[in-house]
Design a protein around this ligand. Structure first.
Ligand SMILES: Cc1ncc(COP(=O)(O)O)c(C=O)c1O
Length: 390
């Protein structure tokens, strides 16, 4: 198939509602002069998010509160502050992730201890997690928190991770920045641990242009997060500060985009799952291309970015040669995240590795998956991959 225009097919572009709901909420903010980092859109967006994360497929509710923030990275940082992570502490973090999962540990003067992934979900390996905890305790420091990540929207082995965390009494901060709306046993990820992180960056499942949120265990924790997110002002008529605070609140304009996006959030997820179905059918016939899908039926990923691994022996070229062919055909693809324990900036951090993420980094690619990717685009992408095979 020949592509009929010269447009680039991107991994995941922002996509606004057909009805223009985002502009409606932004206009309301302008008309009422709520052009500040608080207001009706911030409150409304938090309410929408709370409804979304507390809805389970099996009845009951996790009963979480949500605080809207300026970024997912800010959400991770504030959760670490709330969990009492301080200079000299250690925090266990999944190695196979984007740097934002680990960087806030360093903002606190603490050290990230990286744990590798297992090959089913590509997320934190529970066995290695336990080895790491035991070893850190034996070396004299019990980790202050555990940060598992739902990479590309794939749930982790949550039960196993939570069991270990509970056994050693270490809080869990779920990095669900890529896992908006992914479910594990019918419950939205980010609601299992003490805190859960959401990101609304421009390339995420829904966007506020830039933004994030922290899923909090209860009202008291939410109030504490709000306090730290708004410069830690004591409740006095003048400005009194007894703690170091941050300017991490979400703007009422960005929250307006978020409220509009919530009207189409489920459509976005359905689209990503549809893209996965199309890839899955097509790649079943291409030797050497493996699509990463949920290893268990109780895991429902949002398939934020659909990812493949390329076997050069079977496909006739490696993932990077394929990436260049896709690029020449105006199709964006991207290597999988380079594990944190391989990053120069983290070369001295302790790491418990098993080879899984290093292997994936050497053979994986993310493919276009967002709401702007049409069925015609998918035909063209698949056709390009088929033609590349040697
Ligand atoms: C796994 C992961 N964690 C954290 C973040 C940080 O989110 P933000 O960009 O909203 O700060 C991102 C995305 O950017 C991410 O992919």
């Amino acid at each position: 198939m020949i592509k009929d225009n010269n447009k680039k097919i991107w991994l995941c572009l922002a996509h606004m509602s057909e009805a223009g709901e985002e502009m409606k909420f932004i206009k309301e903010a302008f008309d009422s002069n709520w052009v500040v980092p608080l207001g009706p859109n911030v409150n409304g967006f938090e309410k929408d998010l709370e409804e979304f994360v507390n809805k389970t497929d099996k009845g009951g509710t996790p009963g979480k509160r949500v605080i809207a923030l300026s970024a997912g990275t800010a959400a991770i940082h504030l959760a670490l502050v709330a969990l009492g992570v301080e200079a000299g502490d250690e925090v266990i973090c999944q190695s196979f992730t984007f740097a934002a999962s680990a960087n806030p540990v360093v903002y606190q003067g603490a050290t990230p201890v990286f744990v590798d992934s297992e090959s089913g979900t590509w997320n934190m390996d529970p066995n290695l997690l336990e080895d790491a905890i035991k070893d850190r305790i034996a070396k004299g420091k019990k980790p202050k928190a555990i940060i598992p990540v739902y990479l590309y929207g794939m749930p982790a082995y949550v039960d196993e991770i939570m069991e270990i965390a509970n056994h050693y009494e270490i809080p869990v901060l779920e990095d669900a920045a890529e896992g908006f709306g992914s479910r594990y046993r019918g419950q939205v990820v980010g609601t299992f641990g003490d805190y859960g992180v959401m990101s609304f960056n421009g390339n995420k499942m829904i966007t506020t242009s830039g933004g994030g949120a922290l899923i909090c265990p209860d009202e008291e924790a939410a109030k504490r997060i709000l306090f730290y997110a708004t410069q830690a002002r004591e409740p006095l008529p003048y400005y009194q500060h007894e703690h170091i605070g941050y300017n991490y609140r979400m703007s009422n304009i960005c929250a307006g985009i978020g409220r509009g996006q919530m009207t189409i959030a489920n459509d976005h997820i359905a689209h990503h799952v549809h893209v996965k179905d199309v890839y899955q059918k097509a790649f079943a016939d291409i030797d050497g291309i493996d699509l990463h899908v949920a290893p268990e039926d109780y895991m429902e990923p949002n398939y934020w970015l659909n990812t493949i691994t390329v076997d050069p022996d079977k496909f006739g070229m490696d993932y990077d040669q394929l990436r260049l062919i896709l690029d020449a055909a105006n199709i964006e693809s991207r290597p999988l995240w380079k594990p944190m324990h391989m990053q120069p900036v983290y070369k001295d951090a302790p790491a418990y590795v098993n080879g899984v993420s290093e292997e994936l980094f050497k053979k994986g690619l993310c493919l276009p998956s967002g709401p702007m990717v049409t069925d015609d685009d998918l035909v063209y992408i698949i056709d390009t991959i088929k033609k590349a095979k040697k």
